[in-house]
Design a protein around this ligand. Structure first.
Ligand SMILES: Nc1ncnc2c1ncn2[C@@H]1O[C@H](COP(=O)(O)OP(=O)(O)OP(=O)(O)O)[C@@H](O)[C@H]1O
Ligand SMILES: [Mg+2]
Length: 732
């Protein structure tokens, strides 16, 4: 028998109450970093070691697969000291993984073929598009993206086509018909999309009482983490599974509900207390994660939201350093600042994997990635791909590569049928064969195949059109500056239109990324060793080198980069939140919609509360994103932070707003020093020469080291701010 007291070690009174509660239904409602996940883990260990519950009776639902793995490891570590029992029979996973497992075991009862396949969101969109065409729906009135959204929304709400009340609305009727057509097609081919996995698993239980009962008997203990982000069907499924006898412990934080846009229902927390019998609520109020300054900032920010369930988080830990607010003058400056701060962290003995950079949307990562690569700092993009490895970017680069060199076979293969132009695998195989037989490139093989009549008429027409397209992209852009050329190629190759039609979140992100690629070419400065190359060749070399950089190995220590959404549940000693500007964060779409704005604020709360020791929030006064440069104002969220907890770093030295402690004062002074001292070797009044702007005089210097910025008055070219170490200035 386990030593029970050890199981309760490292827990406060309230946490212990939750862990050691007698069997029953519990809601653990608590703010960020108060130990909810820790409580769940200990609770499971307690159930096994003390209550004598077999592992096979326990189901734990987590929000990501990574969280599931971590939880399993933690339980294993906790239990290893107590019992030798194995944990294989315990089910730990996300709603999707658990539902999927059920469907595999009961495919026949779920009315699925044994080898049913999963449709990811891209596959789903493609299928919907094809069906809409087949049934003569036009794209304009019936955009495929909206069809997917409609279908998924109905499924998230647990509704099949015949259950939707459409009597009063002709348009809804059509959408319901589309849903019906789509569902029939999926059923015929044995395909299930993500929302279907959950709905099917729900129906499996709802329609098969015997199966339901057997699982109800088996899983007497159900635990759910991050409950605030469950949707209607997930909630209904848990309710069915728990039945009258199950014991359910849910943990959640209404202030961290950030998936409303995907159908999550904060209200499920309150619903739980009404729907389940004798629910006891346990509140945890002590935060163990963050310093006082970080926690107070988070608390004050979230107090601006209405309709909260209300929590009071405190810490007995140190006040810590103030939250840094850095006003960058543009996105490059922001990236350099973050990089320089990471270096300082390292110099002071910090670890790279303890640093996280959080941003609102994936396309913001590019500038940061480039700065990190230039500084030789390894990084990993969590839950996403590195910029130059993203599908749409590789497509666009492939066109540019063909424009640059028609004989680039890899690029040819990549875009010969992207966007689709009716060139199939058979045509491509004929071309490939020619390349082998005659030792020529695919481009040359195309000419041969056409002249030698090796292909069907339709394939020839399609190929000719492709050849013409690439030739004309090259011809028409030959005189253009690189970024105009890139923009032209993206728009005229058909890629832009293709991705524009791929509606939904993914499609939007792809368009943003393509626009970001144009920004990348605009900012690109040819390195000295590429002097002889054309701008395009130099840029393509740069892009392939960056893409070729190995993603750091799992064991290598590297900076963690991710969106704020993917950071949920995680914690890091050193956190940077970047791009905290009106229109970015909160996002443009949320500015005039109070519900969405509140969800953005919860996302900011999630971001701030990821930080353990030190948090820096950055905004840029001007930002080029998606290839448009805009003046930006700091996010309202920055203004909502308590003055006494923050320290603003301005362009000209540091302006510290207020201090409440001597200790804070000192760290602020230390912090500020890197902006005030200047050891860059430049001085005001110095004459310099720039490759493009010619001769000028330095009239202002800011920042230090890699961060040094020079304001220079160029003869006949106006006054410009340049980043000293990138500008390649010569002394005159
Ligand atoms: N009683 C305690 N004593 C010491 N450390 C604790 C205690 N409870 C939790 N912690 C630590 O505090 C941190 C936050 O805990 P945990 O991740 O469980 O919080 P959470 O409420 O799940 O946070 P989030 O809302 O972000 O998911 C972890 O590092 C955890 O190990
Ligand atoms: Mg947690």
């Amino acid at each position: 028998m386990a030593d029970i007291s050890e199981l309760l070690d490292g827990l406060n009174d309230k946490q212990r109450d939750a862990v050691a509660a007698k069997l029953g239904n519990y809601l653990v409602l608590a703010g960020a970093g108060s130990g909810k996940t820790r409580v769940l883990t200990h609770r499971i260990a307690w159930l096994v070691a003390v209550e004598g519950i077999s592992e096979g009776s326990i189901m734990a639902v987590t929000f990501t697969n990574k969280a599931a793995t971590e939880m399993r490891q933690r339980i294993q570590a906790t239990l290893a000291q107590h019992s030798q029992q194995h944990l294989f029979s315990m089910w730990v996973g996300t709603f999707h993984s658990i539902a999927h497992r059920l469907l595999r075991s009961h495919y026949a009862d779920a009315k699925l073929p044994q080898d049913f396949q999963i449709l990811d969101s891209e596959d789903q969109l493609r299928l919907v598009k094809r069906l809409l065409k087949l049934h003569n729906y036009d794209d304009k009135n019936f955009p495929p993206k909206h069809a997917c959204w409609f279908i998924n929304k109905q499924k998230d709400d647990g509704l099949r086509p015949h259950q939707i009340d459409d009597m009063h609305d002709r348009e809804t009727k059509e959408w319901v018909r589309i849903y019906q057509i789509y569902q029939e097609a999926c059923d015929r081919s044995g395909l299930v999309d993500f929302a279907e996995i959950l709905l099917r698993a729900y129906e499996l239980f709802a329609k098969n009482p015997l199966i339901l009962q057997s699982y109800q008997r088996r899983f007497s203990q159900i635990l759910v983490d991050e409950f605030q982000d469950t949707n209607t069907i997930q909630y209904a499924w848990i309710k069915l599974l728990a039945g009258k006898t199950g014991n359910v412990m849910i943990v959640g934080d209404d202030d961290q509900s950030i998936y409303g846009w995907r159908g999550a229902q904060i209200e499920n927390i309150q619903r739980f207390s009404q729907d389940f019998s004798q629910v006891q609520t346990i509140r945890l109020e002590q935060n163990y994660r963050s310093t006082g300054n970080i926690l107070q900032s988070a608390n004050q920010l979230i107090a601006n939201n209405a309709n909260r369930l209300g929590k009071n988080l405190w810490t007995s830990g140190e006040q810590g350093e103030p939250v840094g607010i850095y006003a960058a003058f543009n996105e490059l400056d922001e990236a350099l600042f973050v990089t320089s701060q990471i270096k300082i962290w390292l110099e002071n003995g910090g670890q790279l994997h303890d640093c996280a950079v959080l941003y609102r949307s994936n396309s913001q990562s590019r500038v940061l990635e480039e700065a990190l690569i230039r500084s030789d700092i390894p990084y990993r993009i969590y839950g996403g791909m590195r910029f130059f490895e993203r599908q749409e970017i590789k497509d666009a680069l492939a066109y540019l590569r063909l424009v640059n060199n028609r004989h680039d076979d890899a690029a040819f293969e990549r875009v010969i049928n992207t966007p689709a132009r009716g060139i199939g695998e058979r045509t491509l195989e004929t071309l490939r064969q020619l390349t082998r037989e005659r030792q020529i490139t695919l481009w040359q093989a195309t000419q041969v195949a056409i002249t030698d009549n090796k292909l069907a008429g339709r394939a020839v027409t399609a190929l000719l059109r492709f050849v013409e397209l690439v030739n004309s992209l090259a011809l028409e852009t030959v005189e253009m500056p690189l970024f105009v050329q890139t923009d032209f190629v993206i728009k005229h190759s058909g890629l832009y239109q293709m991705y524009e039609q791929e509606k939904g979140e993914k499609g939007e992100v792809r368009i943003e990324n393509l626009e970001e690629l144009v920004s990348a070419t605009r900012e690109f400065i040819k390195p000295a060793e590429a002097e002889e190359m054309s701008d395009l060749t130099a840029f393509l070399t740069h892009a392939s080198l960056e893409a070729g950089e190995e993603q750091a190995s799992p064991h290598q220590s590297c900076v963690q980069m991710m969106t704020l959404h993917s950071a949920k549940g995680l914690e890091f000693p050193r956190v940077f939140m970047v791009g905290v500007e009106e229109g970015i964060f909160p996002s443009k779409q949320s500015l005039f919609d109070d519900d969405r704005l509140q969800e953005e604020r919860r996302l900011a709360y999630v971001g701030i509360t990821r930080a353990k020791q030190k948090l820096t929030i950055c905004y840029a006064e001007s930002r080029r994103l998606y290839n448009t440069e805009e003046r930006h104002v700091p996010s309202r969220f920055i203004n909502e932070l308590p003055q006494q907890c923050i320290q603003t770093v301005r362009l000209r030295g540091t302006v510290t707003r207020a201090y409440n402690q001597q200790k804070v004062d000192q760290s602020a002074v230390q912090n500020s020093s890197i902006f005030e001292q200047n050891n860059s070797g430049w001085r005001k009044g110095q004459k310099v020469k720039h490759a493009k702007f010619g001769q000028g005089t330095i009239i202002n210097i800011e920042g230090a080291e890699n961060n040094t910025r020079l304001q220079i008055a160029f003869q006949g070219q106006g006054i410009k701010w340049l980043i000293a170490h990138l500008a390649k200035l010569e002394q005159v």
